[in-house]
Design a protein. Structure first.
Length: 318
């Protein structure tokens, strides 16, 4: 959600003419996140979020709009796209595809408590149940093939020890795809549910945002991404009480399978690898922009190394 493309007042007035959501009153850029340009937009009838898609074309974007609309229709609290006057969800701003979504109440929490994690566990389970009836699918854009290509771009930028770790983990995940992951439940997942992509109001989840990495993949991968962010503090210390609060709330609504229990240690590594590789690319090959926010890749390297030694249990004692 960095600001890569500067949007003007004239741009927004022209955009709002295609919607029935009132006149422009105020707007400002959002600097959190790393991939798209985002602005808060206030009009005479409400508050919205404008996203300009910096790395996606119109071909893949209808999937995200339909997914968000589907989840909203099933009562999952999340970003809901605003329909244009012609019924579509997509527009263009500064020659980039763009969409407006309803701005949700609440705010993200940098240091969640166990109660926040329990609330999120129930919502994620309901989301995973709701996608059963969603008929669209889209492959993971940051899958193992993407990571392997990223490795080729990075090879001259990494020291020997770091490159060896990356190569070894890619090989491990390739074997796991054919063996460990074969029987795992699959559906459309969020795939990027970090703390800044979940809003809370009165200690309850009020909305899930930023579905723009959503894809068809293992449900367990969604859980591993969440565990790696929500159950570890900024110093890499595991917060077992937080994770067990999340996963027990989740398991009450969607029972975990034996295959998911067996694959959990490997999937934690897969999630750490994916974001380590992504952040290495962003760090070594940054995008140009007016206001950019580049995350340090080293926490995910440390997390991957820790999981390779000993991964926390899926369900067990905190």
């Amino acid at each position: 959600m960095s600001v890569y493309t500067r949007v003007t007042e004239d741009d927004l007035r022209a955009l709002l003419a295609e919607y029935s959501i009132g006149e422009l009153e105020d707007f400002c850029g959002i600097t959190a996140g790393i991939t798209n340009t985002n602005y808060f937009v206030d009009t005479s009838t409400g508050r919205w979020v404008l996203t300009l898609f910096e790395q996606m074309d119109n071909g893949s974007l209808p999937f995200f709009m339909q997914l968000m609309d589907h989840l909203a229709g099933h009562g999952v609290p999340g970003a809901h796209p605003v329909a244009r006057n012609d019924g579509g969800f997509l527009s263009r701003v500064q020659n980039r595809p763009a969409a407006l979504v309803y701005r949700l109440a609440g705010a993200s929490i940098e240091t969640p408590e166990a109660g926040h994690c329990a609330s999120l566990g129930g919502v994620v389970a309901e989301m995973h149940r709701a996608v059963r009836s969603f008929g669209e699918a889209q492959p993971n854009p940051r899958d193992l093939a993407w990571i392997s290509n990223a490795r080729d771009r990075l090879v001259d930028r990494l020291d020997a020890d770091t490159a060896a770790l990356l190569d070894d983990e890619i090989a491990f995940q390739r074997d796991s795809t054919h063996m460990t992951y074969r029987s795992l439940p699959e559906a459309v997942i969020h795939a990027d549910m970090f703390r800044d992509n979940v809003l809370f109001a009165d200690d309850r989840v009020s909305g899930i945002i930023d579905f723009y990495y959503a894809c068809h993949d293992y449900l367990l991968f969604d859980l591993a991404v969440i565990c790696n962010d929500w159950a570890f503090d900024d110093n890499g210390q595991y917060r077992g009480t937080h994770w067990q609060a999340f996963i027990r709330a989740y398991d009450r609504r969607r029972a975990l399978t034996e295959a998911e229990h067996a694959a959990w240690p490997a999937m934690l590594r897969a999630a750490a690898l994916r974001f380590w590789a992504s952040r290495l690319i962003d760090y070594h090959f940054p995008m140009d922009g007016d206001v950019t926010h580049i995350h340090d890749p080293s926490p995910f390297e440390r997390l991957l190394r820790a999981h390779r030694k000993a991964a926390p249990a899926l369900i067990g004692q905190p």
